[in-house]
Design a protein around this ligand. Sequence first.
Ligand code: GDP
Ligand code: MG
Length: 176
Amino acid sequence: MYDATYKIVIFGDAGCGKTTLTQRFLTNLFKSDSKMTIGVDFEVKSLEINGKKIKLQIWDFGGEERFRFLLPTYVRGANGALFMYDVTNYSSLAHIDDWLVVIRKELRAEDHFPVIVVGGKADLVDEREVTGDEGINIAKSRPVDGFIESSAKTGENVEETFEALARLMMQKSSLL
Ligand code: GDP
Ligand code: MG
């Protein structure tokens, strides 16, 4: 028995690391050969936070342009979201507003869910195009609820990312 089941959607440009982050969280493995996501996949993982059993349904959206028509269906019923960009690719962060419009436009204000901005591939220090401060500043000036940098390669902040979102969703549903 679960105290809550939450649907999480992950969105952001193709190649920024959404599938790899999800797989790392699920299996604790870094898969360097993640295939291009076709349409939408979803995965399930259980967490325990403050003695509450939480089931996360993680929907990984294939960020390709030709699948964007699926986005409204994908977002429907979501309880929380990760907006992911790649710290080695400035344009993936610059697209944040396009993505936020897409996910918010289908929603009534009362259905708004927490969104965390995730700067992925933090292990690639030599290829970085976005500093942590730039990421934080952009996140602070947008209607989002958090910011974190992570690496699916080293595992840094992978669990923390999903836990932080789980906590926000629990607060919203008065479980925390
Ligand atoms: P998606 O299109 O957003 O799902 O991106 P993928 O998860 O398919 O990742 C795109 C590429 O980035 C793949 O070659 C991954 O191996 C690589 N990648 C993903 N996450 C990381 C990371 O944390 N560090 C490094 N160095 N590479 C990563
Ligand atoms: Mg993918």
